[in-house]
Unconditional design. Sequence first.
Length: 312
Amino acid sequence: PDTADTLHDIGELCYKTGKYELAKKYYDQTIQSRKKILGTKHPSLAWTFNNMGYLLGKLGDYKGAADSFTNAMKIWKKVLGTQHPNYGMVLHNLAWVSMKLENLKEANSLYTEALKVRREALGDQHPDTIDTLNDLGELSYKLGDTKKAIALYKQAMTLRTKLLGPNHPSLAWSNTNLGNVMLKIGHYQDALRFFDQAKKIWDNVNANLSHPNCGLARHNIGVTLLKLGQIEKAQEIFLAALQIREKHLGPTHTDVADSCLELGKLYTIAERYEEAAELLERASSIRSASFGPNHKLTYEAIDCLRVVQWKL
């Protein structure tokens, strides 16, 4: 067990420092070691499966993440029961990955159950309960209920500010989520204000822009600036977002595809069609590999590429 624990700890350290492929290697070794020594139903194995799920999610392998979280859930459900905080945590994680895979009905069911477990086990003002509340807001946004999304996001933001202070990284997520809703309903200046606040928080807590969230903040600002017609500013910040994402997530991550897509759209508007085509081909390839060739996000990238190819 000591060897497995050491492997797990090294994997966790690699994960926290952004060395995701190396972390995956150590988590894989931990899983094999713990299965051999402790059996397939030990709680320690559930932790490794859960952490592997986080890691695969970071790498954009959402199907793999779902499998890992499901393995963790089965163990914790059997060993700890359905009222334990760990069970609530893994339900939350499964809901998150279901949302990433666009399985929104399943995500809604899982988030609702996770919120119930966390409220009963941890209380309404625990950070984990607030996280689930916030993610239910995101799900509402994806389901098109912007009014409910705004209410849930603001509730989560108020609780987080009271509990953690205004500069905690969790507040960056609250600002990001509210920015997304404002962007969707056309309130671009409000969206820009929320996204800029998220950027300030993430840049402050990540020296040398050493985290993918620094790229996310810039990407969101770029999308908003493009909506406002500020093409040069949008291009500059899109390029910065792409560079950060490639560095910390790798060249085939779905977030990199998102950056390529938006930058491709910008170049299309600017009539820089060859540059646009190159980026949109890359976005299409990454999304097809990650989500499948018939996924709506893949079609979105392909449709943008076809427009550019027609222009060439």
